[in-house]
Design a protein around this ligand. Structure first.
Ligand code: OSB
Ligand code: MG
Length: 369
């Protein structure tokens, strides 16, 4: 393939309700799409991070510069453009996994479309639909939380994840267990809000039979997570701390991580996400696909990953309506608690031109041959 054009499309889509975590509150999905044009096919992808570096160090304005000045020039210099050689060509640029993932995914979409293969087939998916979990933000009160959980369960979600932080942990978990019972698949996500000094408080969660506690301690501190795991029955799951298959292997070897949250963006793309999955599966460690409040452009490829054999827990792969009154693609709709795995070529979806136009704030060419 020959690279002809890379266009960046900044979009802003209002969320149906504010989403609060231990690191901040979001009211709009404000990010960019990449539209990559080659001589044989086109591809789309979505940048997963936000305008501010609160979840991770990358952010929208910074990623545009990294793509324009460092990543795309290396891509454009490749004599034969394929995803097989892209990651190596970008490896000299340190970090910036989310920006690299956006570029690789747009190319992968174009490449797979050029020979008519769905991403799910390429990755080795074993399911044509995947169970949907939902991530429930921090609320102002327990009654408000219970109302939200009740609504999501009525919609069919098969697993609930509660965002927690110091002061909002045991109380909400107990209230949800009391109201909805011990059989409800339930897990929590702290987004790095605790320290080892909080181990006793986190141990109080053990009595609720949670599937996992996600990223309780500071990012990248595998040692502290291993020490915490020694004191908890609840399995520790890592999100922010896992950046590739190598550190996933290290975290598993250290017993810092008994469950893996794989976000393709966080690990530099779907090819590395597949390797993260493979490492975890080889160790018998359950994997699930995380989310970043993606529009349909980001959600579609996540569903393909969630259909891999090692993804044995429901992901944060919820329906479009969980976040958006109107999505930028055909919406993903929950059927019997599941979402369909896209079966069209590439990521199997593209923005709807009219919705894209209305949600677009700016578009620019980052590269034109
Ligand atoms: O930690 O998993 C996370 C959203 C934004 C940033 C980080 C996280 C999340 C979520 C929601 O928990 C995932 C989703 O529903 O897309
Ligand atoms: Mg998380």
């Amino acid at each position: 393939m020959k690279l002809e054009r890379v266009e960046i499309v900044h979009v802003a889509i209002p969320l149906v309700t504010p989403f609060r975590t231990s690191f901040g509150t979001m009211t709009t999905k404000d990010t960019f799409l990449l539209h990559l044009v080659t001589d044989v096919a086109e591809g789309w992808s979505e940048f997963a991070a936000d305008p501010e570096p609160l979840y991770c160090s990358e952010f929208v304005a910074g990623a545009e510069i990294v793509l324009r000045d460092f990543l795309i020039p290396r891509m454009a210099a490749l004599p034969h453009l394929t995803t097989a050689v892209l990651a190596d060509a970008l490896a000299g640029i340190k970090g910036h996994e989310l920006a690299k993932a956006a570029l690789e995914t747009a190319l992968l979409d174009a490449e797979l479309r050029s020979y008519g293969m769905p991403l799910a087939t390429y990755l080795g998916a074993v399911r044509d639909r995947v169970p949907a979990g939902v991530s429930v933000g921090i609320k102002d009160s327990i009654p408000e939380l219970l109302d939200d959980v009740e609504r999501y369960l009525a919609e069919g979600y098969v697993r609930i994840k509660l965002k927690i932080e110091p002061g909002w942990d045991v109380g909400p978990v107990r209230a949800v267990r009391d109201r909805f019972g011990d059989a409800l698949p339930l897990q929590v996500d702290a987004n790095t809000a605790y320290t080892l000094a909080d181990a006793e408080q986190l141990r109080r969660l053990d009595e609720f039979g949670l599937l996992l506690i996600e990223e309780p301690l500071e990012e990248n501190n595998l040692h502290a997570h291993a020490l915490l795991q020694q004191r908890l029955r609840t399995p520790v799951c890592l999100d922010e701390s896992l950046h590739h298959a190598r550190d996933t292997a290290a975290a598993i070897a250290l017993d810092a991580c008994r469950v893996v949250n794989v976000k393709p963006a966080r690990v530099g793309g779907y090819l590395e996400a597949r390797r993260v999955h493979d490492v975890a599966r080889a160790h018998g460690v359950p994997v699930w696909c995380g989310g970043m409040l993606e529009t349909g452009v980001g959600r579609a490829p996540n569903l393909a990953l969630a259909a891999l054999p090692g993804c044995t827990l429901p992901g944060d792969t919820s329906a479009s309506a969980r976040y958006f009154a109107e999505d930028i693609t055909e919406p993903f709709v929950l059927v019997d608690g599941h979402l369909p795995v896209p079966d069209g070529p590439g990521i199997g979806i593209a923005p709807l031109p009219d919705a894209l136009r209305r949600f677009t704030r700016e578009r620019r060419d980052l590269y034109a041959a």
